[in-house]
Design a binder for this molecule. Sequence first.
Ligand code: SAM
Ligand code: SF4
Ligand code: SF4
Length: 337
Amino acid sequence: MLLDSFHRPAKDLRISVTDRCNLRCTYCMPFDEYVWIDKKEILTFEEITRLARLFIGLGVDEIRLTGGEPLARTNLEILVGQLSALAGLKDLSLTTNGIFLAENAAALAAAGLKRINVSLDTLNAERFRQITKRGELSKVLEGLFAAKGAGLHPIKINAVIERGVNDVDILELVEFSREHSFALRFIEFMDVGNSNSWKSERMVSKTEILAAISARYPLREVGRDQGTAPSVDYEFAVGQGDIGVIASVTEPFCSSCTRVRLTADGKLVTCLFSETGHDLKSLLRSGATDEELVQFISGVWRKRRDRYSDERLEALHSIQGYQSKDHKKIEMISLGG
Ligand code: SAM
Ligand code: SF4
Ligand code: SF4
């Protein structure tokens, strides 16, 4: 099995299919100086599928399509069809902002997609617009119900909570998700990219999120899926439903991180907070054989020593503290969440 320097296998491949996005979420979108990836540098569906097959050969068994906004890529269902036909793949999923989901849900399900994550941070239309800059909440809600109608399951809602922005929405998100059987996952606000003005004070911690919920709806901890998943899950003491919290900042899970990322322009990235990627596309387009590509991927993974969130937590607890701006990172829209 392919293992990195800390004996972590590569199991979970996140493929960014485009860096373009129809929203401008304040916590994610870089400023104007960001240079969009040139269209001809974007991997084709055939290139992505070939690389996915090679990653599966190296031990990957889960693939998530992300971006940017994956549904901004035309005919994404064709890629879904190609990937879901790959032998050895146990799980194929998609993370979307949901704006284009209503018109795509049925085609994605027909192509083989089983489950989906929809990002939704508030149920208040005005705040939704404030966070995303250009989105219509009603489109996301339509998308969620279309996904349900198309038989996708589970449908997870991802909510990033930022202090003073949408911490007031925690309970309403819980109630909405329970009512409609969506699985809600809260995500601690992270310092992704180079321009989201992250400060630890703006992050609402897992402890605070759980306190806000359990004051109204007592919770029982279920734990991490398979003991290692990023989300710590909880069920309600009374009634149906469950929630989870991904505490990337306050309870990092680097020691069990099996995620490998492929950017839309074919860079292999070994951590969400990496400064650079490894140029797999040039090798691919130079006519490399499968064996040469596998050698390249294996060489990068074997050297992997990433533990950024562990280091951040250590720095946050140190006398010097942690300054996000001292660390240059690839933008989230390029490498996928
Ligand atoms: N555009 C799609 C979407 O929004 O779902 C997929 C890409 S987006 C980069 C993937 C996930 O990253 C989303 O759930 C988003 O909320 C999350 N994300 C973006 N910026 C974040 C931040 N600063 N902290 C925590 N999560 C973040
Ligand atoms: Fe776009 Fe998703 Fe980033 Fe929002 S979080 S700007 S929807 S890529
Ligand atoms: Fe994995 Fe990097 Fe996140 Fe740690 S910081 S969990 S190594 S992606």
